[in-house]
Design a protein around this ligand. Structure first.
Ligand code: ADP
Length: 341
């Protein structure tokens, strides 16, 4: 598909350049021919005057005859025109060859980002459908299995509905996150950037997440220094919501999560430290990749590996950086750094 488009674009480049070059050649040819014709006309007039003066005995020597080798005549003119036409043709053929090569290269360069975007989109669709297939298959198998039973008791029907609802909720989460992830590529997703107090953001996230943490008896400790950055409050709440949600998800009961905001003259740093399961060293480089789950069997029930890629996109849209330090079975620290406005 792209080869065909590349060739088409090359042909268009060729047509445009050759049309311009052809037009210039025609103008040059006409201009030079016009000047040569003018020269012959001038020469003939001068000869006529010479002849007149010679006839009136003003000059002792006669002017050269019209076909003398010193005089330019119509044949010379035609041969000059022919030579010019050949030169222009030669130049145009060279331009054609150069344009064909350069045009093919340029068409490739023009189509490259489009190709990359389409490849990225296709990968996204493949990954998403792959992720959807497993829970859908489980859902289907559960229902089909139950249907094969002759009698379904009330309690087992309820159990099935409950389990199906859980699967559906998780599928809904996946669909929401997929939509969000595709939107984060779009500039308009980030709304208006204004001066935002990180203390306010963190307090809001803290009170939202406290309920979740309470369910696992996890202590959420918040220590903040006032720091104002340029950003979008809604997106920042979403970002730290993801980090704290993960910290809660991957931490044992009765543990502690420390959230802190510190600042220097140029930067504000927000860290979220947990005492959870940690991340294996070999998995750390991939943690922000879409659909990456460090320990699939352990985290399958907890998420689809989209949270951190959304988080990273929000950080980058705020010109910040994010990194993680982690020790297996000891805990993880996610650090986000933003420039101070
Ligand atoms: P998920 O929805 O699976 O949590 P994320 O993109 O948020 O997706 O995280 C990707 C993977 O990184 C998770 O599956 C988990 O293995 C690992 N991870 C993220 N945060 C933590 C954390 N605080 N502690 C341990 N592992 C984590």
């Amino acid at each position: 598909m792209f080869r065909k488009a590349r060739l088409k674009l090359t042909v268009w480049y060729l047509l445009i350049i050759m049309a311009i070059s052809g037009l210039f050649s025609a103008v040059i040819y006409r201009g030079v021919a016009f000047q040569l014709e003018g020269l012959i006309r001038l020469q003939n007039e001068r000869m006529k005057k010479f002849q007149q003066r010679f006839n009136e005995n003003e000059l002792s020597l006669p002017p050269p005859p019209p076909n003398s080798p010193f005089m330019m005549n119509v044949e010379d003119l035609n041969s000059q025109k022919k030579q010019l036409a050949y030169t222009l043709l030669f130049v145009n053929l060279n331009i054609l060859a150069i344009t064909a090569a350069a045009g093919y290269f340029l068409a490739g360069q023009t189509l490259k980002p489009i190709k990359q975007m389409i490849d990225k989109q296709n990968r996204f669709i493949t990954d998403a459908s792959h992720e959807l297939r497993t829970p859908l298959a489980v859902l289907k198998a559960e229902m089909e299995g139950k249907l094969l039973e002759k009698h379904i008791s009330d309690s087992s029907a309820r159990k099935l509905i409950k389990s199906n609802l859980e699967d559906l909720n998780s599928l809904q989460d996946l669909a929401d996150n997929l939509l969000k992830l595709s939107k984060t590529d779009n500039f308009s997703y980030y709304g208006k950037m204004t001066a935002v107090s990180l203390t306010e953001v963190m307090k809001e996230v803290h009170s939202k997440m406290a309920v979740l943490a309470d369910q696992k008896k996890i202590k959420l400790k918040l220590k903040t220094k006032e720091a104002v950055i340029k950003g979008n409050k809604k997106n920042l709440i979403e970002l730290f919501g993801i980090l704290i949600d993960n910290a809660v998800k991957y931490s044992p009961e009765n543990s502690e999560i420390k959230i802190s905001v510190t600042k220097t003259v140029k930067e504000a740093e927000i860290s979220v430290a947990d005492q959870g399961i940690g991340i294996d060293k070999k998995d750390l480089p991939y943690i922000f990749d879409r659909f990456f789950r460090a320990d699939k069997s352990r985290s399958l029930a907890q998420g689809y590996g989209l949270g951190l890629s959304i988080a990273k996109k929000i950080v980058l849209a705020h010109k910040g950086s994010i990194r993680v330090e982690s020790k297996k079975n000891k805990g993880s620290i996610f650090r986000v750094i933003f420039p101070i406005s």
